[in-house]
Write a protein that binds this ligand. Structure first.
Ligand code: ADP
Ligand code: MG
Length: 419
């Protein structure tokens, strides 16, 4: 064995080149599934390339940067992509065979289990912690390859092999640091750009809201009052009564639309916050919508849980939940079930609103919350815009998953109020 520096360097390039290409060709239009598929294919391709330029330690024993694509697959693609790439590696490695096969399989399978729990927590880390975590993990994981290998194969460690292993571990650390850094800054720039595009439309709507909505609300209040007065009159025919009922409903509908507009114009800094009991707010919202749900033959269930407090503004939170539950009711139309869970861990609260309604395709999920985006005949496309605004004000985040004709899940994350 000799110090195969050229191969070590070549392997580094084989990771970085596809990564840079992937970012350069990213047009921000790919769906999440497509992105995962591309990531899986890229990682598998890099692994195959590695087999061609691996460092030959002894016949049938190879050393390469396989832990880098393996790690990227798990962390940025999730469990499924990670398993696919790991299985792919195992199959190819078994096919190649040789004495190095067993230690290679043991190492990658062991680390797949070890990494399992971290996959979900990783996105919440800061950039610095992501870099530290990735680099440390890769140093330990890549060091385990020659260590396990030489134990199982009973190999003597010479000065030369020790130097090679050291270079190899060092390169793993450098390449993963660079890959994570490049990808993370790219993802951040991408989401900033998206945010910017959204903010522009929001500003226009906000200004419109401030000037128009408020002016309309006052005359609406008097119209509503007079309709109610008329309703109490005794000499009305049945037809006239039903006309008045419809008028009242329509005035209420207009009022709630104005409410949505008004809350768009509100500056978030002018809103006072206090401790809010989440389950109380959600129960209230469900109550408000109970007749609407009954009309649509839909059942809304709030599951049992511990008391959870967050910092926010109860009215706005209620408006947010009403908008979300109303959408869910409208999506189920017919007979449906809406289930709501409040879950909490050390530092955040998750409100899960799941319906078994019509669901949405990916492009529709991507458009959610854009002003005036609606697929309904009588829709305004304001509801989710308000939802997003309230979530943002409270420092929370939203994740939507949906399957067509199966249902939709809205996951709303809030920072937990620490007492
Ligand atoms: P509106 O309800 O007036 O259409 P929203 O902003 O509340 O406006 O919702 C925008 C769009 O998002 C809806 O038209 C609908 O297509 C989609 N949507 C929202 N929630 C759901 C859901 N739970 N299931 C399916 N589609 C939904
Ligand atoms: Mg709506």
């Amino acid at each position: 064995m000799e110090l195969q520096l050229d191969r070590i360097l070549l392997q580094g390039l084989m990771v970085l080149f596809p990564l840079v290409l992937y970012m350069a060709l990213d047009k921000n239009e790919r769906s999440a599934n497509r992105e995962r598929a591309i990531l899986a294919l890229l990682c598998m391709m890099i692994m195959v390339l590695f087999f061609m330029v691996s460092i030959k330690v002894s016949p049938g024993v190879f050393l390469d940067l396989r832990m880098v694509p393996w790690y990227m697959a798990f962390i940025y693609g999730g469990h499924f992509v990670g398993i696919c790439v790991t299985l792919f590696f195992c199959i190819v490695r078994i096919f190649i065979g040789g004495p190095g096969m067993v230690p290679a399989l043991i190492v990658i399978i062991f680390w797949s289990f070890a990494l399992w729990g971290a996959v979900k927590k990783y996105p919440r880390l800061s950039l610095k912690n992501k870099l530290v975590f990735s680099t440390v993990l890769l140093i330990v994981a890549s060091a385990s390859i020659p260590i396990i290998g030489s134990i199982i194969l009973n190999e003597k460690v010479t000065l030369l092999s020790a130097a090679t292993y050291l270079c190899f571990i060092l390169e793993n650390a450098i390449i993963i640091w660079l890959s994570v850094y490049l990808l993370e800054t790219h993802l951040e720039r991408r989401s900033l750009l998206k945010e910017l595009q959204r903010a522009e439309t929001f500003n226009v709507v906000g200004q419109l809201a401030a000037s128009v909505a408020h002016e309309i609300r006052n005359p609406m209040t008097s119209i509503r009052g007079f309709i109610q007065l008329l309703q109490s009159s005794e000499n009305l025919t049945n037809d006239e009564k039903s006309f008045l009922k419809v008028s009242l409903e329509e005035v209420d509908r207009a009022n709630s639309i104005i409410g949505d507009y008004l809350s768009m114009g509100k500056e978030s800094s002018s809103i006072k916050t206090k401790d809010v009991d989440l389950s109380a707010v959600i129960s209230k919202s469900i109550n408000t919508l109970s007749s609407y749900a009954a009309l649509n033959n839909t059942e809304v269930i709030l599951h049992d849980h511990n008391k959870v407090f967050i910092e926010g503004q109860p009215q706005r939170l209620q408006q947010m939940f009403i908008n979300l539950i109303k959408n869910a009711i409208e999506a189920t139309s017919g007979s449906g079930l809406i289930e709501i869970w409040i879950l909490s861990d050390e530092d955040r609260v998750l409100v899960k609103i799941a319906d078994d309604g019509e669901g949405m395709p990916q492009y529709q999920i991507d458009n959610l919350g854009l002003p005036f985006y609606s697929t309904k005949e009588k829709g305004t496309g304001l509801g989710l815009m308000v939802v997003l605004k309230v979530i943002k004000e409270m420092g929370g985040s939203l994740k939507v998953t949906s399957a067509q004709s199966k249902g939709t899940v809205f996951n709303i994350f809030f920072p937990l109020k620490t007492k």
